[in-house]
Design a protein. Sequence first.
Length: 82
Amino acid sequence: MQRMRAWLQRVAGELGLDPALVDEAEQPLLDLIAVVAHGPSRPGAPLTAFLVGVAVGQGGRADELSARLAEVAGEWSGDENA
């Protein structure tokens, strides 16, 4: 985990972002990614996190959005586009 945190701190710096963003969002996003990866779509997991990031940039909260989407992922049957 330390290696991941060091990497994310570096990425935040490169993107000109406050490194505290990582601390706030780390556990909610990791939990969400695990639910999505083991449920609806493994390759969709990082893109789901990206979409949460976009929503946070528009004023949402990572913890609330992650919890909501984890619930949706747990209920998702895959029939939505059938």
